[in-house]
Ligand binder design. Sequence first.
Ligand code: B3K
Ligand code: ZN
Length: 885
Amino acid sequence: PLAIRREDYVAPAWWIDTVDLTFDLDPAKTRVLNRMRLRRNPDSVGGPLRLDGDELNLARVLVDGQGASFRMEADQLVIDNLPDSFELEIFTTCCPVKNTKLMGLFVSENTFFTQCEAEGFRRITYFLDRPDVMASYTVTLRADKAAYPVLLSNGNLVDSGELPEGRHFAKWVDPFRKPSYLFALVAGKLVAREQRITTRAGKEHLLQVYVRAGDLDKTEHAMNSLVHSILWDETRFGLPLDLDRFMIVATSDFNMGAMENKGLNIFNTKYVLANQATATDADYGNIESVVGHEYFHNWSGDRVTCRDWFQLSLKEGLTVFRDQEFSMDLCADASARAVKRIEDVRVLRTAQFPEDAGPMAHPVRPDSYIEISNFYTVTIYEKGAEVVRMMQTLVGRKGFEHGMSLYFKRHDGQAVTCDDFAQAIADANLDSELSRLLPQFKRWYSQAGTPRLAATGSYDADARTYTLRFTQSCAPTPGQPLKLPFVIPVNLGLLAQDGRELPLQRDGESEATLHTRTLVLTEASQQFTFVGIDAEPVPSILRGFSAPVVLDFDYTDTQLLTLLANDLDPFNRWEAGQRLALRSAIQAIAASSAPTAVLDDAYIGAMREVLRDPKLDAAFKELVLTLPSETYIAEQLDVVDPQRIHAVREAMRVQLATALFVEWEQVYEQHHDTGAYTPDPLSAGRRALSGMALTFLCLAAGESGDTVWPGKTLQRFKDAGNMTDRFNALSALVSSGHALAAQALARFHAIFKNEALVIDKWFSLQAGSPDRGGHVLPLVKQLMKHPDFSVKNPNRARSVIFSYCSANPGAFHRPDAAGYVFWSDRVIELDAINPQVAARLARGLDRWSKLAEPYRSAAREAIVRVAARPDLSKDTQEVVQRALA
Ligand code: B3K
Ligand code: ZN
């Protein structure tokens, strides 16, 4: 398959002004009548009309009401000799019930849904299926009334009524022009939670959350999240809801989290449904951010969209930044905000940094792709959000808000580029560093790879000065051997050795600033001298993770312990603990002996202090006590032995469990009762920490043969008043490998057999559990034979296959290569059903070339085996070919 290149972009030869679609919905054969008004684009290079199509049956093409001559070139319908402006009518049929790719129009539990981003609309009708073609849509849905009582599409309902033979219709008009990827329809038996709100602007709106009949009691949190999102966007950015009616619909068959179709967001049930019996605190948090994310797209994505798919981060990076800010602004205090920031950075470092270092590395604005679906990545989303965050750091919060206003004022109703966004933020802040450095700053969009920032400090006792030297570099990535220096905002503080914060006064400045200040790096090497320093300070560099870089600074253990105990910046406080743990892990991995006493007394003592500190929130303690993940540890090594990493990390966990046994008991006693359930960050933090305590207590029990804590944990599991506590208890038993786990698992399944999302957790916990003598792979194979398993349902496939292959390295990387063989079988099996899901799974062996033998050769062989399959989708081909390149 051919690569599409960014530099080849040309404006379309034709514009589509209006689209009038009529659907006769039938699962086996849906008829689509598409009437469009087109006109020649005078500013284009010209040429025939080429409409995209995919798996459509074409019945009729009329130009201005007359049969027209056309030809097919591959999947495109081509028409020559057209007038400058005309009406085009196309009649096609498709088969939604056979659509297992879940792109275009598909059926899930007898309900019709659509997914059109990025290129799904061409599976519904022939079209200029590209985001810079924006049209006004009128949609008429016709279907059997008893089977499909609810008929929804974008915009406003303008007409509805009965038709002969028990059928009915609904007609929808979207008042906003939009690209085809934002089209949506839903038809089926659904019920809605409704709420009317009046926004600050004084306008009334109807909000609806549509679900299956039994799920209405799980929609309150999603509705609340939507209301909060609407108010937040109006308050923080002055962006109001622009529709009379805003709908969310949940489906259990969905390739990703959710989709921001104009006025009709379609969601994976996982990000809508929650009540305290079925959803964990993490689920509640995810629902809040995904509902926010999709709602915020209404402006950043829908009102202003992308010119082409290379600009995807224009809407995704910006919208992730917006949902992160939203969740942070909802936090009651600085500690909760820091917890959210740490969680976001953890995602970036465990998923995006490896992507940036692997075969799929690409810039935030990619230069080429084979299948755009493969570029809905953590680089586009999370790194893209970090790039926007750095802009905010450089222009300040108010300056950023002005920049956003200018962006929407300039580009409302347009399809634009990442350059347009950065330009607007800079133009609204002409006296800022961003404006001065804009061309260089934009290297964040064009250069792939994670920059490394090496810092050294030197103290001059006579001059009472402290000098920090920074050297930045960035390793080659595919197609980019050489990198130019980035603009890197470094938030810095200096601590005295007793942990006090020092005022910061640079050489030549007349006054000192308190606490944190932002240094803006632009050169390959740069230094900064601070004056009036009485003793060698401890630098707190990159506070709040002010740039997406790897920071190398040769801290002594003592310095890290000082930061861990005192840093005003909670992010760097947490980071100091992570650095200490990582250092011990890496030493133990390199050693030849069996890992025992990996963590030293100083570290254990510091963790004891953290657990006992009455001033720290439970959520923060839980993060500090969480060891760096196996994936993150692996990224720090040149050669990766997954079994060795797993063994070392497990030894560290056992050490934390046994050495802090008394503290874990106290923590559990103090935190396990959180009263009536609410998913707020404070009580969620208490549940997280008491859950962690149970895990460690069961782990310690496994070492000592004690049966008290496993027994208590089982009781906790039975009595729990909410899913968070129940699942944490279950997980403590399963992960410690205790014999009581089996009956708890059986009981859990029995209680929740009718709750698909809970059954996903049941599968996922088992497939992701620590390996004991290689038991997980046979278990996974057995789980795939369970009557509740279905490989066609993406959530279920992810809960078993991905939980094993992508989230359980200690069990997946087997010396006998059976994990890799299983992986290749599943990639091949899934590819025939759903290429997007298959390609995602195929990414699981991205980092094969870093593996130690025998893993390396065996992993490569598994990838070669997939690559050798004939008829592989473009999606999977692109992933495996890049892996082998
Ligand atoms: N924009 C969609 C993602 C579409 C993925 C297409 N393969 C969801 C989101 O980012 O909000
Ligand atoms: Zn998005």
